[in-house]
Write a protein that binds this ligand. Structure first.
Ligand code: C2E
Ligand code: MG
Ligand code: MG
Length: 381
């Protein structure tokens, strides 16, 4: 951001200033100081008061540039004798990254939990290809219900990883890892192909069908030709585009706006519905709504967390006014995370179109959705 605002040469100057600050605070006589990459520095020191030093460095940095806030973040690792330098740096970096979103602290000490986290991340990256090839990653479907009829109108496809060596790996672990290391398109394309294959089996057997929503990462739009990938999966199995919905989470940042915006528009023009996932969970929800066009907004389940129809006055104001906003913008509204009949009744009373959550069913095999008692809306291909 600094480079964008002030230019690269000013950015270079800042890096030099930071280097000087570090040299002043950690005396070169008993420290090694280096620039690691980009805006990452590494300090090897026997200075006992390292945390205080970091705070002092931060104060210098604030004082140096009063017109912009440059926040320093540090990860600390105490290497033992048998640690090599590379893994020591990795661990310090891991500790540093762990406070990325926490603006109230400037440093963090590495602990063993982070090491396990690192090992799991490595395992996920190393085994992704074989997990897909061996069918350890599968897709389950969660029903989505239309509130006006009470019937199932769609299903969301959700990836599941059941690993023979380490058991179930939660999407909360493997999705962020694959995003961080930019491998997410592989999974999303694989999930899409599985959805198409499942759909084709039912269709060829003459069984009832449901439109399915699939989750895409905003990175898919940057890293591959995701439209082409989806198109080829869909056409290979002869699935009409109006039977597939594309879910994109709202955690979209400014940089990839163009590719994503074009992608969303193109998907919609081609006849796919595009849904905004997890609305309300990030800091820029409203801007995303302003800048992109969606057919449906999925309200994040946090809106309903701890919801009590007789007590949660504020939650009700927020939910109903956001619903009104969706209406004014011509979008359908879907509530995620519905777990109780009270929640369902409230959502129905204020006019939500659809809902999804454990109350209706957990993610399950596609065929099992059709066996649920509440019934299925007939879908026209
Ligand atoms: P999401 O798309 O918002 O999916 C909804 C998540 O909420 C799912 O978790 C689902 O099991 C869970 N859920 C549904 N109803 C309830 C409820 O009533 N209560 C509670 N507490 N939870 C409920 P899951 O399957 O663990 O997926 C987590 C996230 O991982 C998904 O959130 C989605 O963002 C991502 N994800 C899953 N599969 C894929 C995929 O194939 N590709 C990509 N890019 N992301 C995926
Ligand atoms: Mg989703
Ligand atoms: Mg969601």
């Amino acid at each position: 951001m600094f480079n964008k605002r002030f230019g690269f040469s000013k950015g270079d100057e800042i890096l030099k200033e930071i280097a000087l600050i570090l040299c002043n605070i950690f005396p070169p006589s008993n420290s090694i100081i280096a620039r690691f990459s980009d805006d990452n520095f590494v300090v090897l020191t026997d200075w006992a008061t390292v945390e205080t030093c970091i705070d002092t460095a931060q104060e210098y940095l604030y004082a140096l540039h009063e017109n912009v806030t440059l926040r320093l973040r540090a990860g600390i690792y105490f290497p033992s004798d048998d640690d090599d330098i590379r893994s020591s740096c990795d661990r310090a970096k891991l500790a540093c990254d762990s406070i990325r979103k926490n603006h109230s602290v400037s440093s963090c000490m590495f602990h063993d939990g982070m090491s396990r986290e690192l090992a799991l991340q490595q395992y996920i990256l190393d085994s992704l290809d074989s997990a897909m090839k061996n069918g350890n990653i599968t897709v389950l479907y969660q029903p989505i219900v239309r509130l006006a009829t009470g019937k199932i109108c769609e299903a969301e496809a959700l990836a599941r990883w059941n690993d023979p060596e380490i058991g179930i790996i939660s999407p909360a672990k493997f999705i962020p890892t694959l995003e961080q290391y930019r491998e997410i398109p592989k999974l999303d394309i694989y999930a899409m192909r599985n959805v198409c294959a499942d759909y084709k089996v039912r269709r060829e057997a003459g069984l009832p069908l449901l439109p399915v929503s699939v989750n895409l990462s905003r990175l898919d739009f940057e890293l591959c030709d995701i439209i082409q990938e989806i198109e080829s999966a869909v056409s290979l199995c002869g699935i009409p585009r109006n039977m597939i919905r594309i879910e994109i989470t709202e955690s979209i940042n400014d940089e990839d706006m163009t590719a994503l915006n074009l992608g969303i528009e193109k998907f919609r023009m081609m006849g796919y519905e595009v849904w905004m996932d997890d609305f309300g969970s990030g800091y820029s929800s409203l801007n995303v709504l302003k800048d992109y066009s969606f057919d449906t907004i999925k309200f994040d389940m946090k809106f309903l967390h701890g919801f009590d129809v007789n007590k949660s006055e504020k939650a009700k104001y927020i939910i109903s006014s956001n619903l009104e906003m969706a209406r004014l913008m011509g979008m359908q509204a879907l509530a995620e995370g519905v777990e109780t009949s009270e929640q369902l009744e409230y959502l129905r009373s204020i006019g939500f179109d659809k809902a999804q959550g454990y109350y209706f069913g957990r993610p399950m095999e596609l065929d099992d959705i059709f066996a649920l008692e509440r019934g299925i809306e007939t879908a026209e291909e």
